[in-house]
Design a protein around this ligand. Structure first.
Ligand SMILES: Cc1cc2nc3c(=O)[nH]c(=O)nc-3n(C[C@H](O)[C@H](O)[C@H](O)COP(=O)(O)OP(=O)(O)OC[C@H]3O[C@@H](n4cnc5c(N)ncnc54)[C@H](O)[C@@H]3O)c2cc1C
Length: 231
C-alpha cells in the first residue's frame, strides 16, 4: 500500500487516534492550523457526564478516561499533558431545570453515580454560597439585578465523576501526538470542500474527499489516495 493511501480520512483528533490504535491507516484533515482550534478552544473546560440525551450521557461516560489519561494516550514518560481536576459537578435544582429530572433518568439507566444534596449540605461544603432564588435572569443594568426573588433552591445534584481540565486545546494536541505515535497522519490548513458520492440519494460508498489546493494537500493528491478511501 502506498504511503498516500488511507483506510479513513477523518476530521477529529480523537477519532483519528481510536482508528489508528486499531491499526487503521488514517489521515486527519483540518482547515485550521493546529488541532483543537475549533469550538474546543473556546470551551469552558468542564468535564461532565449529565447530558440531555441517553446517547450523549453514554458517550461522555464511555470517554471518561481523564484520570488515566497518560495510559489511555500511551504517553511517554515526561510528556506534558493537560491536567484534570476531578472536583465533581454541583448543579443547583431550580424550577427552571426541573431538578434535572429528565437527565437523571439517563444517568440511572447507565448507572452513573450522583447524590442529592440539601441546601444545608451545600452550605456545609460551600459556606460562601447563597441558596436564595435569583431567577429569572436579568441584565447587569437592571435595578433588581442581584436581588433575591423569593424562596430558595431545592438543593442540588452532586456528580462526583466530573470536574475540569486545564486547557481543552492542549488536551486535543495531546491526542494528536498520541494518534501520530499510533501511525496517524495530519494535514492542517486544508478545508474539505466536497465529499462526492455517485448517487447522493442512495447510501453510496464514498471514494474521494476534495480540498482546494491549500498548502501541500490538493485535490490531485486526494485523488491519488481516493481509490482506497472508505469513510
Ligand atoms: C463558549 C463555549 C463553551 C463550552 N464549554 C464547554 C464545556 O465546558 N464542556 C464541554 O464539554 N463542552 C463545552 N462546549 C462545547 C464543546 O466545546 C464542543 O461540543 C466541542 O468542542 C466540539 O468538539 P468537536 O471536535 O466536535 O468540534 P470542534 O472543536 O469545533 O472541531 C471541529 C474541527 O473541524 C474542522 N473543520 C470543520 N469544517 C471543516 C472542513 N470543511 N474541512 C476541514 N476541517 C473542518 C475545524 O477546523 C475544527 O478543527 C462549549 C462550547 C462553547 C462554544
Amino acid at each position: 500500500m502506498s504511503s498516500n493511501t488511507f483506510d479513513a480520512v477523518v476530521i477529529g483528533a480523537a477519532i483519528g487516534y481510536e482508528l489508528a490504535r486499531k491499526g487503521r491507516r488514517t489521515l486527519n484533515i483540518d482547515m485550521l492550523p493546529v488541532a483543537g482550534y475549533g469550538s474546543t478552544s473556546n470551551s469552558c473546560a468542564i468535564i461532565r457526564l449529565y447530558c440531555s440525551t441517553l446517547d450523549g450521557c453514554a458517550m461522555a461516560y464511555d470517554g471518561y478516561y481523564w484520570k488515566n489519561r497518560a495510559d489511555y494516550l500511551q504517553a511517554p514518560e515526561g510528556e506534558q499533558l493537560a491536567s484534570f481536576n476531578e472536583c465533581g459537578n454541583l448543579i443547583m435544582k431550580t424550577s427552571l431545570n426541573d431538578g434535572l429530572r429528565k437527565q437523571l433518568v439517563h444517568l440511572d439507566a447507565l448507572d452513573i453515580p450522583y447524590e442529592h444534596w440539601s441546601n444545608e449540605q451545600i452550605l456545609a461544603r460551600y459556606p460562601f454560597y447563597n441558596v436564595s432564588n435569583f431567577a429569572p435572569a436579568k441584565n447587569l443594568d437592571d435595578p433588581d439585578f442581584g436581588e433575591p426573588t423569593g424562596g430558595e433552591l431545592n438543593g442540588a445534584i452532586m456528580f462526583p465523576r466530573g470536574g475540569y481540565i486545564s486547557d481543552p486545546q492542549f488536551a486535543t494536541r495531546n491526542i494528536q501526538l498520541a494518534a501520530e505515535r499510533a501511525g496517524a497522519r495530519f494535514r492542517f490548513n486544508s478545508r474539505v470542500k466536497e465529499i462526492p458520492t455517485h448517487n447522493p440519494r442512495k447510501r453510496s460508498r464514498i471514494t474521494k474527499v476534495c480540498t482546494p489546493k491549500v498548502g501541500a494537500l490538493g485535490e490531485r493528491l486526494i485523488h491519488r489516495y481516493a481509490a482506497s478511501l472508505a469513510i
